[in-house]
Design a protein around this ligand. Structure first.
Ligand code: MG
Length: 348
């Protein structure tokens, strides 16, 4: 009898197939504006944006962050990348019997601090305890709601000045040939910091998790206008994000390897460990697709924010087969395949 494996939750092609076949297929279709089967960052029902995320990161506290900060940032970012304004969070905490209460306080304090920082309050929650050994210390599930704003409306009006825009939200299927792709900063930091800290490789002294709520940075981009899609490249990293966009928008994306922001420490760690920095999860980055006419202005606006200071234009959208082509540093071209799953387990 087939059993659950770690890759069923690792954010790549294996997980997507599993979700479609064994989870989503059992639920009746809801007719939402952005429905479950779109497998986007959030759903949209009657203009209410809704998302939920379970957090199983190990260890609970790591260089640059902790499970509490991820829990808030994760759901705030999933609402924000739809172009929506996050307004409230629900938080469920499941604790293992025997866990030090001091750790619970630390994590909850972090949730409070992050929530204050991004201006999105926790307004409801639930707490349960399981027997010692039935759970690994702590699992946090956060849901968030968001709403449409004038900022998003104006952003879409500007995009529509240059070409026809299919969706009124920043969905995965909204790209068209000619669009420009922006990465908001260095990629792979979170996955490398976590893996290195957990396994004792020592790279975490130079690489910290990037975990951060991005609603304020994203608002600066929307103020410029012309953004048609956004995604936080979490599990499966940039490779997964771009491949999802290609298949849902039915376009080809071409990126230039030398333009992708990567820290030297991440490149060195990935070389040594034999993993691809473009397939590792990030928790404080967003990939943006926008019309070419406003791309430079959006880049400039994002670069002015602390979270977006390393942002760069990394590629563009072409007509063609749904695939991601990467122009390599030596001048060749290769296909950036969708990862089967994130190479680092339990990073969020
Ligand atoms: Mg997401």
């Amino acid at each position: 009898m087939p059993k659950i494996i770690m890759n069923h939750g690792a954010g790549g092609e294996i997980m997507q197939e599993f979700l479609a076949k064994h989870i989503i297929s059992h639920f009746p279709k809801a007719g939402a504006d952005v429905p479950l089967e779109a497998m986007d960052d959030s759903a949209v029902v009657e203009d209410i944006v809704l998302t939920i995320d379970g957090h199983t990161v190990s260890p609970l506290i790591f260089p640059g962050g902790d499970i509490g900060k991820i829990s808030v940032a994760g759901c705030v970012n999933d609402i924000s990348v739809m172009g929506a304004t996050p307004i409230a969070i629900a938080c469920s905490v499941i604790l293992e019997e025997g866990l030090d209460i001091e750790i619970v306080d630390k994590i909850m304090e972090s949730i409070g601090r992050t929530s204050k920082e991004c201006g999105v309050p926790v307004v409801t929650g639930d707490t349960k305890v399981m027997e010692s050994g039935a759970l690994d210390k702590m699992v946090i599930t956060t849901a968030a709601i968001g709403k449409r704003s004038k900022l998003l409306d104006d952003n879409m009006i500007i995009a529509s000045k240059y070409r026809k825009v299919k969706d009124r939200w920043c969905t995965d299927s909204n790209l068209a040939p000619g669009d420009v792709i922006i990465a908001s900063g260095t990629l792979g930091d979170h996955g490398v910091a976590l893996l290195s800290f957990r396994e004792g490789y020592g790279f975490e002294s130079v690489i910290q998790s990037d975990v951060a709520p991005l609603n304020k940075m994203i608002a600066e981009g929307l103020k410029v206008g012309g953004i048609v899609t956004m995604k936080d490249p979490t599990r499966g990293g940039l490779a997964n994000t771009l491949n999802e966009w290609c298949s849902k928008s039915k376009v080809e994306i071409e990126i230039t390897q030398s333009s992708i922001p990567l820290r030297e420490g991440v490149i060195n760690a990935c070389d040594l460990l034999g993993i691809d920095p473009l397939s590792i999860g990030n928790e404080g980055k967003v990939i943006i697709g926008c019309v070419p006419e406003t791309a430079e202005a959006i880049l400039k606006a994002i670069k002015r924010t602390p979270e977006g200071k390393d942002a760069a234009i990394i590629g563009s959208v072409k007509e063609g087969r749904p695939r991601v082509i990467m122009r390599t540093e030596v001048g060749g071209k290769r296909i950036l395949e969708p990862p089967s799953g994130d190479p680092v387990p339990r990073i969020c």
